[in-house]
Design a protein around this ligand. Structure first.
Ligand SMILES: [Zn+2]
Length: 323
């Protein structure tokens, strides 16, 4: 029913509806649009979501950089640049939630930039090039100028050495101090004993919820789940805070709830572990191809509990809480 709105402005050009950059790919499918943007990375949005994005562009205060950041951090951290198989289809409700997320602090932005440079470095000492005009969403900056500011700041703090390419773009090398800072940041996340559960909130799912909880406890971690009746901003803030405090997230895609895709995406954006699970009967309906992410496809709760516990221990090691 929303296609009439969506097609007016979206179809004729190959521009990204979020940032207006020229896209390398833009596909219109029944019900959603799929985009590969040099700035926002790869994403899919439902028709209503595309309409919602377009309506944002008409507002005076540009807040779409938050969407660029959300989409781009998924592309960068979760899937690797060459991988185009994972395209969750975001709804306009998901996007509203992204827009309600507070901006990262300056300290967090500096760390995100440092982590991004590290992800481009194949070895310590390598000189890597940055493209601030395209890369600003990586650290949730509003534009190139803000990104340049943080590049210089990392240089002044002794985290990177900053140079220039012949084309005038910045290039940089992470210093020993920078690598030590990255290690410290990684270890602080590793201290959390929490495992967040993202799943369908429905009474039919209670046996699965209990199995997931037992698996997390058996692996030595503290299960965190927020029982919710409906989404309000207040609950969203609480969910995001709890996810931030967790070391990993278990995402059960059974029931195809948008909230689960959103919470998994948020955790991936933080650069932490997401363990993907789904009931066998629902797996064919999953919105994207998760096969390469080694999803635990379960047939019953016993199997779920055992496999999930082993998966957590294999990825993260035994947790700090005695079982
Ligand atoms: Zn874009």
């Amino acid at each position: 029913m929303y296609r009439g709105f969506q097609l007016d402005r979206a179809t004729p050009d190959k521009h990204c509806p979020v940032c207006h950059a020229e896209c390398s790919e833009r596909y219109i499918n029944p019900g959603y649009t799929q985009i590969i943007c040099p700035i926002c990375g790869k994403f899919s949005a439902g028709d209503m979501a595309v309409y919602f994005i377009t309506s944002l562009n008409d507002q005076k205060d540009n807040i779409s950089y938050k969407l660029s950041h959300f989409f781009r951090s998924l592309s960068e951290r979760a899937f690797g640049k060459s991988d185009s198989s994972l395209f969750p289809i975001y709804s306009h409700e998901d996007l509203k939630r992204v827009l309600n997320t507070p901006d990262p602090s300056v300290r967090e932005k500096l760390l995100m930039l440092l982590q991004y440079i590290a992800s481009l470095s194949n070895y310590p000492g390598q000189i890597v090039g940055l493209q601030p005009a395209n890369d600003y969403p990586v650290l949730c900056a509003k534009n190139r100028a803000e990104t340049d500011f943080y590049i210089q700041a990392l240089g002044k703090d002794g985290m990177i050495l900053v140079g220039k390419t012949e084309g005038g773009e910045p290039n940089c090398t992470i210093t020993t101090r920078g690598w030590q800072e990255l290690e410290k940041a990684e270890q602080s996340g590793a201290d959390s004993p929490n495992g967040f559960i993202a799943m369908w909130f429905d009474p039919t799912q209670n046996p699965m919820r209990d199995a997931i909880k037992s698996a997390i406890i058996a692996a030595g971690y503290q299960p965190i789940r927020i029982d919710e009746v409906e989404h309000t901003n207040k609950i969203d803030d609480e969910i995001l805070a709890k996810i931030r405090q967790s070391r990993f997230l278990v995402a059960d895609f059974t029931g195809q709830r948008h909230g689960v895709y959103f919470e998994a995406g948020f955790m991936l954006g933080l650069g932490r572990t997401v363990i993907w699970i789904c009931s066998k009967s629902d797996f064919a309906d999953v919105h994207f191809d998760t096969r390469q992410y080694n999803t635990i496809v379960y047939e019953n709760t016993d199997e779920l509990k055992t496999r999930l516990q082993f998966r957590i221990e294999a990825i993260l090691g035994k947790g700090p809480i005695p079982t």
